[in-house]
Every structure is written in structure tokens, then in C-alpha cells.
Design a protein around this ligand. Structure first.
Ligand SMILES: [Ca+2]
Ligand SMILES: [Ca+2]
Ligand SMILES: [Ca+2]
Ligand SMILES: [Ca+2]
Length: 313
């Protein structure tokens, strides 16, 4: 739209219109929706997830931008954040510029430290207590990740909306639940959701209508890997079974179930949209090597894989 406005002004000047003549206003266009839910670990904001790792011992981040030739050249970036035994990476787009920000959470103090990609500034926010589980997501739908925690002891979610409204608390879930926030109803607002391990049930509080839904899917021993695998902009309940490397995905689009082996025992699931086509790709990381579904290439990049930091803990 910016290009169109510029051309209009240039055209008016070229034909010698008086300065007071109104330049035709551009036709309002729909605001593009926030980045799809599958665009995790997208440090340059091009819509595809970047191969990236975080080093807990040094606080260093290494990012090889997707689409760049391997080994990484100009697209390679490197950043530094705090490190220590209680520090965990919490990547997200906290300033809403569509680029993932380097961010960490100190579980011993409840302080978030975020290096905003837009302005390059670092901000610290105390939000959380010892024992809380971090659940950053876009709960107010403004396109920016919100700082948030789930307190298992009380089953309460605490959210600090990025749009500036007051922090709030919502009781949803019980102590043994695993929080699995995502946009299950596709309204671009993250839904509070938990996986009830005792029964293998996904319980979602839909942001669109406030209705709570229940869906049995997965076993207590499965790894939880919710993402948008069918590309309909709705999070799909999904699990990775470490014992045999099978992915089970409950597709939101047609309600069908995808079961596919990709990876094996000891591999860590790292689903993300590595080719930028709008849906999350099955992918695993094991012993420093990445294997992405649909690619015969195996890529060595060792550290804590950043896409895994988006998955439920
Ligand atoms: Ca950002
Ligand atoms: Ca937000
Ligand atoms: Ca939603
Ligand atoms: Ca989906």
C-alpha cells in the first residue's frame, strides 16, 4: 500500500497539479492477519522458520535464515542473552514486527528479558513466580506475543497483554495439566488450553465464543506438539510418540488423523514451517542433526533447538 500512495503523489507532481489539490486517497485494504501460527522461530520475518539454536551455557543464539544456502553465509546471525541454570529461552515476537525476538525467562526470579528486534532495545519484565510455567502467546490478538505464565499450584493463567491493557488472571486447568496454548479456533487470538495427562484430553477455552471443548487425543507418555500442520491457520492437537517416532496429528481442517513416522527414539520433535508454505512441517532433532520431512538433507546445527522452545513443557 505504501508503494501505491507514493506513486500517486509522484503522478500528481508530474502533471503539475496545484499543491492544494487533493490526492486521491488509497482504497482502504484489509489489515493483513498476524503471522500464521506455524511461523515460529522466524527471526527475519520472511514467513518461514529458521534453523536456530540456543546455547544455555553461554546464552548465545545461532540462526541460519531459511532459504539461504547451507552452510549459512550472509543470513547467519548471532546474538547473546543471559544464561544460567534457571534461565530458559522464550522466543517470540514480543514487539509485533513479525520477527522473532531473542528472549529468556529466569525461573528463579520470574523476570523476562526481551531483546526487541524492532528497536534493538532490551527490556526486563518481572512477571511470574517460582514454579510457574511460561506460556507466551498472543492472547489479545494484536500480533505481538504476550508475556504469560501458568501457575500449576492453582491452575491459574496470568497474562500481560502486549496491547497495554491491564494484566489479568484466569483459572483454567488443574495442577497436573500441561498448558498447550494455541489458536485452535483460528480467530488469530491464542486460546487458553491444557492437556489433561490423566485422560489424554485436550481442553480448549475458545477465544472466539468462550466455549470450552474437550477432545481426547494422545497418550500420557506422548510429547505434545500442537501446531498448524494442515495450514488452515488453526492449531491442530498433535503428539509425537518417542518410542517409535510416530507423529499423530488431528487435522483441524477436515477432522482427519495423520499418523506418520518421522524420527526415532531419542529424537526431539521440532515442528515448524521450514519451507514457508504456511503449514508446520514434521521435523526432528537428534545429536545435533536436523531432519525435516520432505527433505533428504540432514543439517548439523547443535544446541537447544529454538523451535522446540515453543512446544509445551
Ligand atoms: Ca520482533
Ligand atoms: Ca499480543
Ligand atoms: Ca483463538
Ligand atoms: Ca490446522
Amino acid at each position: 500500500m505504501r508503494i501505491r500512495v507514493l506513486l500517486t503523489c509522484v503522478a500528481a507532481a508530474a502533471v503539475g497539479l496545484p499543491a492544494t489539490q487533493a490526492v486521491p486517497r488509497p482504497v482502504p485494504q484489509a489489515v493483513p492477519p498476524p503471522a500464521p501460527t506455524s511461523a515460529v522461530a522466524d527471526f527475519d520475518g520472511d514467513g518461514c522458520s529458521d534453523l536456530s539454536v540456543w546455547h544455555p551455557d553461554s546464552g548465545g543464539w545461532e540462526v541460519a535464515h531459511c532459504g539461504d544456502p547451507w552452510p549459512p553465509g550472509g543470513g547467519w546471525i548471532y546474538g547473546q542473552t543471559l544464561h544460567g541454570p534457571a534461565i530458559r529461552a522464550v522466543p517470540g515476537d514480543y514487539d509485533g514486527d513479525r520477527r522473532t525476538d531473542l528472549a529468556v525467562y529466569d525461573g528463579s526470579s520470574g523476570v523476562w528479558t526481551i531483546k526487541e528486534s524492532g528497536r534493538g532495545t532490551v527490556r526486563s519484565e518481572p512477571f511470574g513466580a517460582i514454579g510457574d510455567v511460561v506460556v507466551p502467546a498472543d492472547y489479545d490478538g494484536d500480533g505481538a506475543t504476550d508475556v504469560a505464565v501458568f501457575r500449576p499450584s492453582t491452575g491459574t493463567w496470568y497474562v500481560r497483554p502486549s496491547a497495554g491493557s491491564r494484566s489479568y488472571a484466569v483459572p483454567f486447568g488443574v495442577a497436573d495439566d500441561t498448558p498447550v496454548p494455541g489458536d485452535y479456533d483460528g480467530d488469530t487470538v491464542a486460546d487458553l488450553a491444557v492437556f489433561r495427562t490423566s485422560s489424554g484430553t485436550w481442553i480448549v477455552l475458545r477465544s472466539s465464543d468462550g466455549v470450552v471443548t474437550y477432545q481426547g487425543f494422545g497418550l500420557p507418555s506422548d510429547r505434545l506438539v500442537p501446531a498448524d500442520y494442515d495450514g488452515d491457520a488453526r492449531t491442530d492437537p498433535a503428539v509425537f510418540r518417542p518410542s517409535d517416532g510416530t507423529w499423530w496429528v488431528l487435522r483441524s481442517g477436515d477432522g482427519g488423523v495423520l499418523a506418520e513416522r518421522w524420527g526415532g527414539h531419542g529424537d526431539e520433535p521440532v515442528p515448524a514451517d521450514y519451507d514457508g508454505d504456511g503449514d508446520a512441517d514434521l521435523a526432528v532433532y537428534g545429536q545435533g542433526v536436523w531432519r525435516i520431512h520432505g527433505s533428504t538433507e540432514e543439517i548439523a546445527l547443535a544446541g537447544v533447538p529454538v523451535p522446540a522452545m515453543y512446544l509445551p513443557q
